[in-house]
Design a protein around this ligand. Structure first.
Ligand SMILES: O=C(O)CCC(=O)C(=O)O
Length: 284
């Protein structure tokens, strides 16, 4: 019988205490290479559109692609990724959202310090992000940074800056001084991932190197979670079962032929973003 695949690094008590876990090995070199090639092909195909958008609009190509492209759906279901997520969320797991966070050499793209929980409208807190690295993510090329323990005192005030180089759609930024001296750089090798809590303060700096920084952020939720708008957001069941019905479960995509930001993927994004806008209105 095959032995357990659970990575030793993922400890529920440590995650609850710190609000993050890394590095967690999840893809072997062959799989990492395959997904990286797929991403680079995807980028080549959708590149002209991507280049015409400022980083804070790249979500039009880069978000929720797992609903429309089979290879990205497969990445969200990698057994070692789900084994680690299961340690924290339990056996029933949905994917609510995905986002590619990419900083090519020369990009000025950065991510300001923020708390995801402040604007996602998801409760209770059984939500985490797994960030899977397809290239090295280092302090020099702008790996993610977290402020340990900040998830335990939620809801720092946040403002929208709309900075054009901020990869976040509204340039969300913590609006009070934070002590960055305690920040931890979540450096990852290709094929490793980190996990972070819904409310941890995190961000990343620009890429100062010639090494691309390419990763997929996958937002996993327990089916117990609800959206504050009362809407049933779209989600995909990737492990276990959903007996709650708080999400509108979708089928897996059939293939990889779609065009990002348009057609089926464009329709999905419109629905997802309308739901987010409604949730923001509902929460004032
Ligand atoms: O990739 C980054 O630099 C930031 C990612 C992020 O903010 C997130 O996954 O919530």
């Amino acid at each position: 019988m095959a032995g357990p695949r659970l990575p030793a690094e993922v400890d529920r008590a440590a995650f609850d205490q710190a609000g993050f876990a890394f590095p967690i090995p999840v893809l072997d070199p062959e799989a990492t290479d395959r997904y990286l090639k797929r991403y680079l092909e995807f980028r080549e195909r959708h590149g002209p559109r991507l280049q015409s958008l400022p980083p804070n609009q790249h979500w039009q190509i880069h978000s929720d692609t797992h609903f429309a492209f089979r290879w990205i759906d497969e990445l969200t279901r990698e057994p070692a990724v789900l084994d680690a997520v299961e340690r924290i969320l339990g056996p029933d797991i949905l994917v609510w959202n995905t986002a590619w966070f990419v900083k090519m050499p020369g990009d000025k793209t950065f991510v300001s310090l923020h708390q995801d929980g402040a604007y996602w409208g998801l409760e209770p807190m059984e939500v985490l992000t797994a960030w899977v690295a397809l290239t090295p993510a280092t302090p020099e090329n702008g790996c993610m940074r977290v402020l340990p323990g900040t998830h335990r005192r939620p809801a720092l005030p946040q403002s929208d800056t709309f900075h054009p180089d901020n990869a976040l759609s509204r340039g969300q930024e913590i609006a009070v001084p934070v002590d960055e001296s305690a920040a931890i750089d979540m450096a990852l090798a290709p094929g490793q991932m980190s996990m972070h809590h819904l409310w941890i303060v995190h961000g990343s700096r620009a890429n100062q190197t010639s090494v691309p920084r390419i990763g997929l952020a996958i937002r996993y939720v327990s089916p117990r979670v609800r959206h504050s708008s009362g809407n049933r957001p779209w989600a995909m069941l990737v492990r276990g079962q959903d007996t709650w019905g708080h999400f509108h479960l979708t089928d897996r995509p059939d293939g990889n032929d779609g065009y990002a930001g348009e057609g089926f993927h464009g329709d999905i994004q419109r629905r997802v973003h309308e739901a987010i806008a409604q949730a923001r209105q509902a929460s004032g």
